[in-house]
Design a protein around this ligand. Sequence first.
Ligand SMILES: C[S@@+](CC[C@H](N)C(=O)[O-])C[C@H]1O[C@@H](n2cnc3c(N)ncnc32)[C@H](O)[C@@H]1O
Length: 252
Amino acid sequence: MRCPNHRLVGRRSVLSCRPSGNMMEVKLVFQIRDRLPVQVLCMSAPLPPGAQHAPATMRNRAPILEVLRTVLPEHGLVLEIASGTGEHASFFAQALPGLVWQPSDPDADCRASITAHAGAAGAGNVLPALDLDVSVPQWQRDVAERHGPVDAALCINLVHITAWTTIDPMMTGVAELLADGGCLLLYGPFRIEGRHTAPSNAAFDTALRTQNPSWGVRNLEDLTDAAASRGLIREQVIAMPANNQMVVYRKR
Ligand SMILES: C[S@@+](CC[C@H](N)C(=O)[O-])C[C@H]1O[C@@H](n2cnc3c(N)ncnc32)[C@H](O)[C@@H]1O
């Protein structure tokens, strides 16, 4: 993100970021060479035209990236399902330059936003977003024709806001697309052995089911069974901030 008011020299990291009209208020920590880090700057930078902003992506992207660094290969192709605004795609792709990032979303506005963020970030390893609706049987054909096997598939915050009639074809498609040894990473809130991991997740689950009875916070064991029946074996469950989990399935 570029600051219109400051030429940034030295190391910096984003502390917080929130929308304000069509601007973003960004709080940074700066460190110039061996000087002490300073937490001073608040700046506003316009969202690029067509870009959308999801505040949660600013909170969860760093912890997710830490996991990606340990799980993803150094080089290869990552298919991101349900990329949303595309903020994750640009951030992860920039941080993991050996990978080629294939974002996707069935929503045209989201695909425009993915393009806008990738362009603004100069993330050259983000491919144009694909129009993928993983509830459609054989959705994976288009990806297979373009890329052949993929090294990893990442799906953040989808399975609770969709029905099993989407999750099943998603799993089938991912299992077909993954190269041997490739992994599927699912991030979001999950129940474990039928129990919510926090009261806030239980309330969220109720709200989701009220909105759509086929939605809801999924039981991890149900997802694991669905994955295993397609040859995707659960390898890790990593507790993440805000009562979320990252689940890693490996194609064996
Ligand atoms: C809660 S948002 C999450 C977006 C992004 N992954 C994030 O964490 O910010 C859910 C996304 O899933 C997408 N989506 C909904 N149904 C889908 C489907 N059947 N196949 C693929 N994506 C879908 C929506 O368009 C939306 O962008």
